[in-house]
Design a protein around this ligand. Structure first.
Ligand SMILES: CC(C)(COP(=O)(O)OP(=O)(O)OC[C@H]1O[C@@H](n2cnc3c(N)ncnc32)[C@H](O)[C@@H]1OP(=O)(O)O)[C@@H](O)C(=O)NCCC(=O)NCCS
Length: 223
């Protein structure tokens, strides 16, 4: 398989390239089409590299690739990138799963999902479109990660949990059994979420407490 990375500025592109290498796949190129406005927190975005491909190259016919993968971590930015490609008539989004990950045969994995190394996805879990799961995270059985959800590294999501669309979960956080996290909510790194979380809120700590309501999504983008 030959992969084209779209939205290449985030450093996560390097992680996706490692996944491709472990699979024996090829890296066909990187298109930089991140949103141009300054992010509220630009720390995870490198400078523009003029060597990267442009969106026009995707439809030029001059590139040899089978599937596209979206690189950005913030759920709302991945949605912007997905919508740009759909507007160009491009929808060959692949499913990129690291060979060291274990995904239950009864799990459902939608278009555009990426799963990094050492992830475990349990029985009857549902991963909706463009979910991104970082390394060493665990998704419990009968849990649903809705569209564009992002799990940072080392996250534990227990069984029968629902993370609604656009939720971002920071590194090392835990979400316990049967909790629902509302759409576009943000779970801080290391939080232990024991109760339902309202949409658009930010929760941190153990047990997790709401420190902000009515956020505008992780890094200022909603799904
Ligand atoms: C939760 C998070 C998104 C908040 O970022 P932010 O909007 O810039 O918020 P602030 O830094 O202004 O923090 C707000 C308050 O919450 C506290 N806080 C922030 N993150 C916290 C966390 N993870 N645990 C406990 N407290 C936290 C801050 O100390 C601050 O408290 P104060 O108001 O008493 O000073 C961020 O801290 C975080 O945890 N990001 C996760 C990043 C990550 O794991 N990425 C993985 C991809 S590699």
């Amino acid at each position: 398989m030959r992969w084209l990375v779209y939205g290449a500025r985030p450093l996560y592109t390097a992680e996706l390239a490692e996944v491709m290498a472990r699979r024996g796949d090829s890296f066909a190129g990187a298109v930089d089409n991140m949103p141009t406005e300054e992010l509220p927190n630009g720390r995870n975005v490198t400078d523009h590299d003029p060597a990267w491909l442009t969106p026009a190259d995707v439809t030029s016919g001059g590139l040899d690739f089978d599937s596209i993968v979206l690189s950005a971590g913030p759920p709302g930015i991945r949605k912007v990138l997905r919508d740009e490609l759909l507007a160009r008539g491009v929808d060959c989004f692949g499913i990129l799963i690291d060979p060291t990950a274990t995904v239950a045969s009864s799990a459902t994995v939608a278009q555009g999902v990426t799963i990094n190394a050492q992830v475990v996805v349990g029985a009857a879990a549902v991963l909706d479109e463009f979910v991104q799961i970082n390394r060493s995270s665990s998704v419990g059985h009968h849990t649903r990660l809705s569209a564009f959800v992002t799990l940072g590294p080392g996250v534990t999501v227990a069984s029968s949990v629902v993370l609604e669309s656009g939720v971002f979960v920071g590194a090392g956080a835990t979400v316990i059994t049967r909790v629902t996290v509302g759409h576009n909510a943000i779970v801080g790194a290391g939080a232990v979420v024991t109760e339902d979380v309202p949409p658009f809120s930010l929760v941190v700590g153990n047990p997790a407490r709401i420190v902000r309501t009515e956020t505008t999504g992780y890094l200022g983008y909603t799904v």
